[in-house]
Design a protein around this ligand. Structure first.
Ligand SMILES: [Fe+2]
Length: 291
């Protein structure tokens, strides 16, 4: 049967190990056959980019729900406040600290008892300078490790905490001023996760690292920090990374079970409004080893 959409792997243009641009498709009107092919492409490429979708709120939520139940339906990732005014960078309020924190490579919700399956992310307003979103392929990163390091990381785990990663930026606790919900800054057991994760649907192994990971049990804190940072530095470079330069109306969906991502700086005197719908992980495969 003829393909239901046009798909161009990023490899062809950027030489990356993952990702594809999908066109000739309307995400708000998918038939079942198109959906099945799209989901298979998502598992293969881990990141799908859909230019020019201009999804309305209910359309984005409905599309995200096709992937499974949502952790939350839609959150603005933006330097524009709810009242329409611009957040001032140097004020460094709690939302600004989260925006800055997201510039470190990470996977979403690894600091929660169940990490996220993926996310739909779309652009409403974008700055002219900066503001790309980076993605990094942790399947290819695992594959590229030498055998000695593969064997070493295979047996290791790390704790994942947003308190930990935000505290590195001087963000100790969320103020209860209502502007930032404090999502992820809960007080509870800190999830422990393996450094090597097996994808529940493809069976491929990947590195589970990123800014929230710390304190490998059985390792001195400095050795743990050094190993985890070394893995990020090795993993998050060409050909395993892609930075998407957004245009208004773009939507993407990524597989949070095998990719890391990062925000990048932008000229914060300019407005940036992005919308994030977070797909919940299945507890059978995405629950922490201990939490
Ligand atoms: Fe994120």
């Amino acid at each position: 049967m003829a393909p239901h959409f046009r798909i161009e792997p990023l490899d062809a243009k950027f030489g990356t190990t993952f990702g594809a641009v999908v066109s000739d498709i309307e995400l708000s009107a998918l038939d079942e056959a198109t959906w099945r092919d799209l989901y298979a492409a998502w598992l293969k490429y881990a990141l799908l980019i859909f230019p020019g979708q201009f999804l309305k709120r209910d359309q984005q939520i409905a599309f995200a729900k096709r992937f499974g139940p949502l952790e939350f339906e839609m959150a603005a990732i933006s330097n524009v406040k709810a009242d329409g005014t611009l957040r001032i960078e140097k004020d460094n309020d709690d939302v600004m600290k989260i925006l800055k924190g997201n510039m470190g490579w990470h996977a979403d919700s690894t600091y929660m008892p169940v990490q996220a399956k993926g996310a739909v992310f779309s652009a409403e307003e974008v700055p002219t300078i900066g503001g790309q979103t980076g993605f990094a392929d942790m399947r290819a990163a695992y594959d590229a490790l030498d055998d000695g390091l593969k064997a070493k990381v295979e047996s290791l785990q790390a704790y994942h905490s947003l308190h930990y990663s935000q505290s590195l930026l001087g963000h100790e606790t969320a103020k209860s001023d209502g502007e930032y919900s404090g999502y992820g800054l809960h007080d509870g057991p800190v999830p422990l996760r393996p450094l090597v994760k097996t994808h529940p649907e493809t069976g491929r192994k990947s590195l589970l690292i990123g800014r929230h990971a710390h304190n490998i049990p059985g390792m001195a804190p400095e050795e743990s920090r050094h190993l985890l940072q070394g893995l990020i530095d090795f993993a998050c470079r060409k050909p395993r990374i892609y930075h998407h330069d957004w245009a208004p109306g773009d939507a993407v969906v990524w597989d949070n079970r095998c990719l890391l991502h990062q925000a990048t700086p932008w000229d914060m005197t300019q407005r940036r409004i992005m919308w994030h719908s977070r797909i919940a992980g299945a507890p059978q495969s995405e629950a922490a080893l201990a939490a």
